[in-house]
Write a new protein. Structure first.
Length: 134
C-alpha cells in the first residue's frame, strides 16, 4: 500500500512541474519565418473585431510591408499564459501555401510584448484597407 502511495505522490509531483526552464529570447518576424520572407506572394489581413479579411497580392505592396516589419524586434512576454482575442492577424503565403500565421503579440505559441512600431504600422495599414478606425 505504501508503494502505491509513493508512486501516486511521485506522479503528482511530476505532473506539477513548471516549464520555467524554457528560455525565451527576442526575435524578429524574419527569424521565425520558415524560409526567405521576401518570397511571400500574398498576405491576408484578418480583422479580429469582425473576422473580415483583405488580401494583399500586389508584390510591391507586400514587399513594402515586409520590409517595414521583418526586422522589428519582438520581446517575449514573461507571462506565457494563454490568451484569447486579437485585433490584427496576418497570414503570409508563398503561392497558395500558408507559411506563417501570426498576431503581433503571438507567433508560434510564444507571446510577445507590444512592439509600438509594429502596432503603428498595422494600425495605419488596417485603417486604410478596412476603411475604419482602429
Amino acid at each position: 500500500m505504501k508503494r502505491i502511495l509513493v508512486i501516486l505522490l511521485l506522479l503528482l509531483l511530476t505532473a506539477c512541474q513548471s516549464n520555467d526552464n524554457v528560455t525565451l529570447s527576442p526575435t524578429t518576424i524574419s527569424e521565425v519565418y520558415p524560409g526567405n520572407i521576401m518570397d511571400v506572394t500574398m498576405i491576408e489581413l484578418i480583422d479580429g473585431s469582425s473576422g473580415e479579411r483583405v488580401k494583399l497580392e500586389n508584390k510591391d505592396e507586400i514587399d513594402r510591408l515586409i520590409n517595414d516589419i521583418k526586422d522589428l524586434v519582438l520581446e517575449p512576454d514573461h507571462n506565457q499564459e494563454g490568451r484569447v482575442g486579437y485585433v490584427y492577424r496576418l497570414a503570409l503565403y508563398e503561392e497558395n501555401e500558408l507559411k506563417l500565421d501570426f498576431l503581433p503579440t503571438s507567433i508560434n505559441q510564444t507571446y510577445y510584448t507590444v512592439n509600438e512600431q509594429l502596432y503603428s504600422i498595422l494600425k495605419e495599414l488596417y485603417t486604410e484597407k478596412f476603411n475604419k478606425q482602429y
